[in-house]
Design a protein around this ligand. Sequence first.
Ligand code: ZN
Length: 64
Amino acid sequence: MNSNMPTCLACGRDANATPLIALRYQDRGYWICPADLPVLIHDPARLMGRLPDADRLRPADHRD
Ligand SMILES: [Zn+2]
């Protein structure tokens, strides 16, 4: 895999494999795929080690 290509911060797939959504967080850019967006919304702590301070992000209140 070309390391210069943007990849999903959760699953690591690149934009050839999945659409990627750009994020801005703590003055850095990140990418996440639609399949992993619910993880960021509901279980951000699962991204610990991939996103700084992920364990301090507050999950959305609602669950669906
Ligand atoms: Zn992903």
